[in-house]
Write a protein of this length. Structure first.
Ligand code: MSP
Length: 529
């Protein structure tokens, strides 16, 4: 059932509206029109995912958060570049390829494709998918290396200490917990010739940067400062005991060895590669750098909050505006791990439930930033409660009940056109005001990365509208007060229009289906009165 609803506010007569199902909802604006004041472009990035294993729900979570911000920003009039991709070099990938009996490149090609395949399954509105084995990336990584050489921040030395291949991270003796990395990963003793980056030089500037600008939430900021409290050691940024990486550029080093770049220096550069670096005059670089938002899991905070800004400072490049570290998903109380065999497979999940219920669950069940406990039972319960399937409309709507009741009744009583309202009552005005006030609130939730509040805000308005329809009972007004019935339906349709628009970032299919039912002419409904 498709209702072509026309708004009388555009001067369409009811008769004309009845005659033409193609008329569109244009009852005012929600998001600002594209022609309004130009808004800052937004460059939004996920971490690039290691290709040592198949994707799991934790990877989907980081991408989902970015997708919600990207979708909302586009609707809100920002030009957006949403970047994701795969991190394909390093010892971990080399070892996994070896175990699989494949060359690292063939292995990376295969696994990278499984990450790419997630994008349409979850409706991730990615603009660019980058791979660190691409030629353009190797060129960018080598250029960043050369910039660090020029700034005098690299020197040749020897690394002797602990290394975790799983974390691709160097650890000090003091950091180890029961002989393992603080993450629980195994560590091994490494002694090899290596280039070092003078990280120690940047401690003060990093601290000033962290304290001066609210680039990171308070608790994450404190943990980064705590890490730097006793000083920062220079960082080993090349490896010589394996070959799967970007070769260190320049003349052969005095030690006569072949160095490949440390995988984190290589990987972090992806955020620049995507914009055309080393060409800092490239159009995308000029529009989108510095990045508006890097979203990462809390486990990789150190790399993004310390190493990355230090590399950028050394290369004389502006620093990203915002970094957000989200929490960690467990599975039924246990840490997800391949060895335990409890990793949640995002492909099976989306095939079973569809993208919108999974997206909605991941973003509304847990405070964004805190850890969460995944359980399929909770997902099913949350979907049933909040995304109740409305069988007769044939689509899943967060507002299924509300939409079905309003639209089918309007179809029957008003021939599928938006009825002309009469005088508004207090209740009408209150609900309309609630709908109009939601956009600035949602904007605040996105800006502060309180993404769980976003879904709650949309559900809250849907609940208020459901209460309104119960109290106003338009079906009881049909004969006695037809003008009042039309006003109530007008109010409900206007609220549904807001709900349809605002539900798109988290549940894009539901939003699109509802907009179609409303006959809205575009996903932004930017019609100006
Ligand atoms: N390759 C690096 C990132 C380089 S970015 C320049 C990496 N990759 S990863 O595949 O291990 O992890 C990528 C993201 O997935 C991280 O943000 C991480 O926090 C997230 N998750 C992986 N497992 C997770 C959970 N169990 N729960 C939530 N997110 C977690 O790190």
């Amino acid at each position: 059932m498709l209702l072509g609803l026309a708004s009388p506010s555009r001067g369409a007569s009811l008769a004309a509206a009845r005659a033409s199902r193609a008329l569109r909802v244009r009852s005012g604006r929600a998001f600002a029109s594209a022609s309004a004041v130009a808004k800052e472009p937004r460059f939004i990035t996920t971490p690039i995912y290691y290709v040592n294993g198949q994707p799991h729900i934790g990877h989907v979570y980081t991408s989902l958060a970015c997708d919600v911000v990207a979708r909302f920003s586009r609707l809100d009039g920002h030009k957006v570049l949403f970047l994701t991709g795969t991190d394909e070099h390093g010892q971990k990938v080399e070892q996994s390829a070896c175990k699989a009996g494949e060359s690292p490149q063939d292995f990376a090609d295969r696994v990278s494709d499984t990450f790419r395949a997630l994008l349409p399954l979850y409706d991730f509105s990615v603009d660019q998918f980058i791979r660190t084995t691409e030629a353009r990336h190797k060129e960018a990584a080598a250029a960043l290396w050369s910039a660090l050489v020029e700034s005098g921040d690299l020197y040749l030395g020897a690394y002797e200490g602990w290394y975790s291949v799983r974390d691709e991270c160097f650890y000090t003796e003091e950091e180890l917990v029961d002989g393992n990395a603080p993450t629980g990963a195994e560590v091994e003793w490494v002694a090899e010739s290596s280039y070092f980056f003078r990280l120690s030089r940047y401690r003060q500037r990093l601290e000033e940067h962290l304290l001066a600008k609210p680039t990171l939430g308070v608790s994450r900021c404190l943990s980064v400062l705590a890490f730097m409290r006793d000083g920062l050691r220079d960082l080993s940024v090349s490896r010589t005991t394996f070959t799967w990486g970007v070769p260190v550029p320049g003349p052969p080093p005095p030690d006569g060895l072949s160095h490949v770049m440390y995988v984190w220096l290589d990987a972090l550069t992806n955020y620049l590669t995507a914009l055309g670096y080393p060409d800092t005059e490239a159009a995308d670089f000029r529009s989108f750098w510095p990045a508006s938002l890097h979203v990462v899991g809390k486990d990789i905070l150190r790399f993004h909050a310390i190493y990355w800004p230090a590399f950028l400072m050394a290369a004389g490049l502006p620093l990203p505006k915002r970094l957000f570290a989200h929490g960690w998903w467990m599975n039924e109380g246990e840490k997800m791990s391949k060895s335990v065999g409890n990793v949640v497979d995002p492909v099976a999940l989306v095939q079973r439930y569809g993208p919108d219920p999974v997206r909605h669950f991941l973003l509304s069940d847990v405070t964004f930033g805190a850890d969460g406990d995944f359980s399929e039972k909770k997902l099913v319960e949350s979907s049933n409660a909040k995304l109740a399937n409305e069988p007769r409309s044939g689509i899943r709507l967060p507002l299924g009940n509300l939409a079905y009741r309003t639209l089918s009744f309007t179809q029957k009583q008003c021939g599928g056109a938006v009825p002309a309202p009469d005088a508004f009552s207090e209740d009408d005005l209150q609900l309309l005001a609630e709908a109009a006030a939601l956009l600035p609130q949602l904007r605040t939730h996105v800006d502060s990365m309180a993404l769980h509040r976003y879904s709650q805000g949309v559900s809250g308005l849907a609940s208020a509208a459901n209460r309104y329809i119960d109290v106003q009972a338009p079906w009881a007004l049909k004969k006695s007060e037809p003008a009042r019935m039309r006003t109530v339906l007008y109010v409900l349709i206007e609220v549904l229009r807001h709900l349809a628009l605002y539900s798109q970032p988290v549940t894009p299919r539901i939003g699109a289906a509802l907009l179609e039912q409303l006959g809205a002419r575009s996903s932004r409904d930017t019609a100006e009165a």
